[in-house]
Design a protein around this ligand. Structure first.
Ligand code: EPU
Length: 303
């Protein structure tokens, strides 16, 4: 969606928010699927309440995009203006075992920065792509680690209240790939409390996780990680594999040959290719196993 109202553009600029016109969003997502839209880059967290109020007053539909690694966007001109947080400086600040992290920071880089300060516990998350905010929102996890375990406080823009609030970790439910944040809440800063560990011990853990991931996941291809959540007690990847669906495709959307729960963009896949592949695989799993798989990837669709 394009913003052409010059009064609105002036009000946005007055808030210190940067307006980028006609941005290709495919370049901002790990699936490399997505059309174009104007993007508003928020440099100071404090400008968020005013910005959202302004967009509401002017009836401008908007969506917030984080690291872009777990999202499937539509093609063509998007019907929303896209909001993004600029990285804060510094991204990470240490106070003993407490780490204050900017939610726009890259998850993997944060894990290694903490390691250099002899703080561990996040080794399993090393290869998970995306931002700290995205990881928080869905309680990202891998190899026995989930980020929610370490969360002590989160500063968010609480959409329902229209203001910035700080929640204690105990006020937030972190479950398997699910949290109690509202869909339109925006994560700003998190305080993690991490256990002390030597750098070499953390590096050893990181190395092991990296090796496991390299051996089982298609890391150099365009994907959104696992496309479905695992059903309770089961493995979506194993079921899809057992159905013989590795390599199965719709257009350029294809089930990975390496890990069957990774769907890759093998060329110029569109959102509808990917959605058709998701629906087809879900139907086959339902027919064979009687299980309804739930998407892990966040799909942007018009309501
Ligand atoms: N398997 C197959 N074929 C496949 C894929 C997996 O037979 O094509 C089997 C494996 O051999 C293994 C079992 O299924 O016995 C489970 O596979 P894996 O260890 O790869 O774990 P997963 O349950 O498929 C989960 C997370 C991953 C995370 C890994 C490692 C979900 C949906 N996926 O995968 O997270 O990296 O464990 O901890 O929870 C993500 O969330 O995007 C993601 C990739």
């Amino acid at each position: 969606m394009r913003i052409s109202d010059s009064n609105l553009l002036a009000a946005i600029a007055a808030l210190g928010v940067e307006h980028k016109a006609g941005v290709s969003l495919a370049q901002k997502t790990s699936l490399e699927i997505g059309g174009t839209s104007d993007v508003l880059v928020i440099h100071k967290h404090e400008s968020l309440p005013g910005l959202i109020q302004l967009l509401k007053d002017k009836n401008v539909p908007h969506r917030f995009l984080g690291g872009g690694s777990n999202v499937l966007l539509p093609d063509g001109e998007l019907p929303w203006v896209v909001l993004q947080l600029a990285r804060q400086d510094p991204e990470v600040r240490f106070e003993g075992n407490n780490v204050f992290v900017d939610c726009a920071a890259d998850l993997g880089r944060t894990v290694t920065t903490c390691a250099k300060h002899d703080l561990g516990g996040m080794e399993g998350l090393i290869g998970v792509p995306g931002s700290i905010g995205g990881a928080l929102r869905m309680n990202a996890g891998a190899y026995g680690t989930q980020i929610g375990t370490h969360v002590r406080e989160v500063k968010i823009y609480r959409a329902a209240a229209g203001q910035i609030e700080t929640l204690r970790g105990s006020e937030i439910n972190f479950e398997y790939r699910h949290t109690s944040f509202a869909p339109d809440d925006i994560m700003l800063t998190v305080r993690l409390e991490l256990p002390s560990k030597s750098y070499s011990e953390i590096l050893q853990g990181i190395r092991i996780c990296n090796e496991k991931r390299r051996a089982s996941q298609p890391l150099n291809q365009k994907s959104a990680g696992c496309i479905f959540k695992n059903p309770p007690g089961g493995s979506a990847g194993r079921m899809i594999d057992e159905l013989g669906l590795k390599g199965h495709s719709v257009g350029d959307a294809r089930v990975s040959d390496r890990h069957a729960n990774f769907f890759i963009n093998a060329g110029h896949a569109t959102q509808s290719d990917m959605l058709a592949l998701i629906a087809d695989v879900r139907r086959r799993v339902r027919e064979k196993y009687g299980i309804e798989l739930e998407e892990e990837v966040i799909v942007w669709k018009e309501q």
